[in-house]
Design a protein around this ligand. Structure first.
Ligand SMILES: Cc1cc2nc3c(=O)[nH]c(=O)nc-3n(C[C@H](O)[C@H](O)[C@H](O)COP(=O)(O)OP(=O)(O)OC[C@H]3O[C@@H](n4cnc5c(N)ncnc54)[C@H](O)[C@@H]3O)c2cc1C
Length: 624
């Protein structure tokens, strides 16, 4: 039977090999964990530390868990920052695995698993981010030389922001418009060699480097890339779904859903990212909790605030666990049952498109508030302010939040249309409640004591909100406005809010479902605490939507929610210390708790050096 600590540790580590690695290094080499020293070092020193840590972890993994190696590498970041190595395995490797033909994969895979290739995922260009279809980089097949000629036509076609491209990448998985014998075949994916892996010299025809200082992400070398008549072998086109032979014959895979399947692998990064956001928010919260404790008795107000945040985090962990299981299932089905996989893909796409914005914004909020609300939080050495800087671009990368929420909204509109056409039974499970509620007339009166009651009310609010927007949209279109105009100029804000609201409710419903599947594995006390935390999160959502419940005549829940929250909070209040101590982070990771004198000694060293520099400068000034 697990306690809360083991439960969250298992969730973040994802596979047992990582937990075992964590415990090995805790005992034998804790220097591997992030420490104040790490946060205070320079850009290049950080990369040295990261690479030396990666080598240690990789060596241990390959010696003790060789069979789990490829999978385990994807999760090393749960132990300590992996920077470029992380993105190489989580950004470059998944599309490669899914888009490379069977005879192409082993060569690349061997290089990456042996650490002889560091890869970037190069999609975005200066001129185009979310609007992927407008990417401008070209790949033109040259039959005489049997190669693709890569070009970046104009400044807007410069690949930009791409992680690992700044200094480390030897290769990039790159999207470009493919032309063969004058005909365009749309965006295709290529493996493009960037630097010589031995000398690290950038190849002729490639211009590439680091984009320079940015807020946060001090452990990622984001870069730019331009190519001019740069020739790469024909075989560097990833050919699982589209083949180009020596004579320039192009064969597109018969399955029109094939590319969608490739995308299924990429979803893994989004699901991982959600977990990463929850984890870093959690870590900041623990630092905050311990900080409050150090300052003396925690006030009643602060205790409740902390409990609400723990409730958010633990619900997040459960939600992410459920989402991870869905993704694993999807990958299994891609191999075994393509039809089922395609249905699951549509569902998981919408789920992840809604969850990524929620947890990206959540991590910004948590890391920021825990940094600025404690006196020492703004010190780089404490780790939280750096973590905040890292989270700030989270809402933009890997899919802009506002764009993703519109994808959710479009999905919901599609489901309403399916209901109208009598195809509600084809809606994926997570959204099937829309079809079920469309058949019910009038609201029900639910109690809030059990999780089911909260779920029913939240579902009804979402259903009414989606229905309202669907009807508004239809009315405007019937009056002669174009669909694009209605979406972009009239209803965009509503749609984004609706996508966010529906996704928030879904996070809670998934946490709720997941807890049922965990019941058998958790100790009684821990299970009760977890259930109460999920209740608090659900009641919080209901409180937020209470006004809409009134508008839609579902019921007046404001007071009832407060009363119910009060009951649950009373139960949880006595457990704050237990929750705050049952955390999955080692003391060495919670940098806040380190001895501050140690940092101040280091600062003094630096200060003496700087004072000498100041003296020299001031001497120059006094001569003026
Ligand atoms: C730290 C960081 C790391 C990154 N790493 C990588 C990487 O490794 N590889 C890579 O390829 N890219 C990477 N990117 C790029 C990232 O994926 C893009 O920045 C992102 O896709 C958004 O594109 P954009 O910046 O061009 O903004 P745009 O998509 O142009 O968006 C600009 C603004 O317009 C809004 N907007 C855009 N479209 C719509 C719409 N349809 N409706 C309403 N509003 C809209 C957005 O909400 C946003 O506010 C990274 C970016 C950052 C910040």
């Amino acid at each position: 039977m697990m306690n809360l600590k083991q439960f969250s540790l298992e969730s973040f580590d994802s596979i047992p090999a990582i937990t075992s690695l964590r415990s090995h290094f805790s005992t034998h080499d804790p220097s591997i964990f992030p420490s104040p020293d790490f946060f205070l070092t320079s850009y290049s020193q950080k990369f040295q530390t990261i690479t030396s840590n990666f080598i240690k972890l990789y060596t241990h993994l390959s010696t003790h868990f060789p069979s789990q190696l490829p999978d385990a590498i994807l999760h090393l970041d749960s132990i300590t920052p992996m920077g470029p190595h992380f993105l190489s395995f989580n950004g470059f490797y998944p599309p490669l695995k899914l888009l490379a033909a069977e005879d192409q994969l082993p060569t690349w895979e061997k290089l990456i698993l042996e650490g002889r290739l560091i890869g970037a995922y190069a999609q975005t260009e200066i001129g185009h981010g979310s609007d992927v279809q407008s990417l401008m980089t070209t790949a033109t097949y040259n039959k005489e030389k049997d190669c693709f000629v890569m070009d970046s036509p104009g400044i807007k076609a410069t690949k930009y922001w791409v992680g690992v491209l700044g200094m480390h990448a030897t290769h990039a998985v790159l999207q470009a418009k493919m032309f063969v014998e004058g005909k365009s075949y749309g965006l295709q994916t290529f493996v493009v060699p960037i630097r010589d892996p031995k000398t690290y010299q950038v190849y002729d025809g490639v211009d590439c480097g680091d984009i320079g200082g940015k807020l946060g992400l001090g452990i990622m070398d984001n870069g730019y890339l331009r190519m001019k008549h740069y020739e790469i072998p024909r075989d560097n086109l990833l050919m699982k779904f589209i083949k180009v032979d020596k004579e320039g014959n192009v064969k597109v895979s018969g399955d029109k859903n094939a590319v969608k399947i490739g995308y299924g692998g990429m979803l893994g990064l989004r699901v991982w990212l959600i977990k990463h956001f929850v984890r870093d928010g959690y870590k900041s919260l623990v630092i905050r909790y311990r900080g409050s404790k150090k300052q003396g008795e925690i006030s009643a107000y602060e205790r409740r605030k902390l409990l609400k945040e723990f409730a958010y985090v633990y619900s997040g962990i459960l939600t992410v666990d459920r989402t991870t299981k869905m993704h694993r299932n999807l990958l299994e089905n891609i191999k075994k049952n393509l039809k089922a996989a395609l249905e699951e893909l549509d569902e998981l796409h919408l789920i992840a498109a809604g969850f990524k914005p929620i947890y990206a914004w959540g991590a910004v909020r948590q890391t920021r508030s825990y940094s600025v609300q404690q006196s020492l939080g703004s010190l780089m050495a404490a780790g939280t302010i750096g973590s905040y800087g890292d989270k700030v671009p989270g809402p933009t990368y890997e899919g802009d939040n506002l764009v993703l929420l519109q994808q959710v909204a479009r999905g919901l509109m599609k489901y309403m249309e399916m209901i109208e056409k009598g195809k509600g039974n084809k809606i994926p499970n997570s959204f099937r409640f829309l079809a079920d509620l469309s058949k019910e007339t009038g609201g029900r009166s639910q109690g809030l004591e059990d999780l089911k009651g909260i779920e029913e009310i939240l579902d009804r609010i979402i259903y009414e909100n989606v229905k309202e927007n669907y009807e508004k949209m239809k009315r405007m279109i019937m009056k002669g406005e174009t669909g694009n105009k209605v979406w972009n100029e009239r209803l965009q804000g509503e749609m984004i809010r609706m996508g966010l609201r529906a996704s928030e409710v879904l996070t809670w419903k998934m946490a709720n479902k997941e807890i049922l599947s965990e019941e058998m594995r958790l100790k009684q006390r821990d299970l009760e605490i977890l259930k109460d935390m999920v209740r608090i999160y659900g009641l919080g959502l209901l409180g937020k939507e209470a006004e809409l419940a009134c508008v839609y005549k579902i019921g007046n829940y404001e007071e009832i929610v407060k009363e119910e929250e009060e009951k649950v909070m009373k139960r949880l209040e006595g457990e704050l210390e237990y929750i705050g101590e049952s955390v999955p982070f080692g003391e060495e990771e919670l940098c806040y708790l380190r001895d501050y004198r140690q940092w101040s000694e280091k600062a003094k060293d630096g200060m003496e050096m700087r004072l000498k520099e100041v003296a020299v400068r001031m001497k120059g000034l006094s001569k003026l």
